[in-house]
Write a protein that binds this ligand. Structure first.
Ligand SMILES: C[S@@+](CC[C@H](N)C(=O)[O-])C[C@H]1O[C@@H](n2cnc3c(N)ncnc32)[C@H](O)[C@@H]1O
Length: 196
């Protein structure tokens, strides 16, 4: 009998719940970002910190009409995740190859590249530059890139909590920083600021 072979659904213990929360915090933004963008029907976005193209891939796959620009230095830097950073350029280009008609990839220092971009270009910027070598530079970097977002567009980040001070020093208040939502669900990690 089938009913005899079915096991009751196992209740998760505290450790298992903790693990799920950790996974959601560490990686869930990868799934949240594409749908957050889709709900807003954005058409032109930028990711600062493209790395191996992981989050760009998901955004492009979910949003069929979007054009996405990705910028990265792609050079080895401090931190175990960046030892092989030079290889991430090849990885990123290969991963996004099937979206090449909707993708622009730029190699270089985002600080300098900002000078070449027209103001108001993007519907949103996904700011993902939080590696240790950048820790002192977020304020300057964000100030350079904010004008590149059109009025009413969004600056989105997954680690704004790590550099709140930089945002406050730019002039943002806590109430300007909102948690992203996907439908009714609130993202564990993604936040955004509306550009006025
Ligand atoms: C946290 S990782 C990005 C992760 C990526 N968005 C993903 O989905 O997997 C940060 C990236 O920022 C890049 N980066 C750091 N400083 C930079 C700078 N000044 N200009 C351009 N890219 C930079 C690093 O090379 C690294 O690949």
């Amino acid at each position: 009998m089938i009913s005899e072979t079915l096991q009751p659904v196992k209740e998760l213990n505290e450790d298992e719940m903790g693990l799920i929360q950790w996974i959601k915090f560490k990686g869930w933004f990868i799934f949240d970002l594409p749908y957050f963008i889709k709900e807003r029907q954005f058409k032109n976005g930028l990711e600062l910190g493209a790395k191996g193209g992981r989050s760009m891939y998901r955004v492009l796959k979910t949003n069929k009409d979007i054009h996405l620009t990705g910028i990265d230095l792609w050079i080895p830097m401090d931190g175990s995740a960046y030892k092989k950073n030079a290889q991430n350029e090849t990885k990123c280009r290969r991963k996004l190859n099937s979206f090449s008609n909707r993708t622009t990839l730029i190699k270089g220092d985002a600080k300098e590249i900002a000078e070449e971009i027209e103001d108001g270009t993007f519907d949103f910027i996904f700011y993902d530059l939080q590696c240790s070598s950048m820790s002192d530079f977020h304020r300057d970097m964000i100030q350079r890139w904010l004008p590149k977002i059109r009025k009413g567009g969004l600056l989105i980040g997954r680690d704004f909590r790590d550099f709140r001070d930089s945002l406050y020093r730019i002039g943002f208040k806590e109430e300007d920083i909102q948690r992203c939502t996907i439908g009714k669900r609130v993202s564990e990690r993604l936040e955004y600021i509306v550009v006025q």
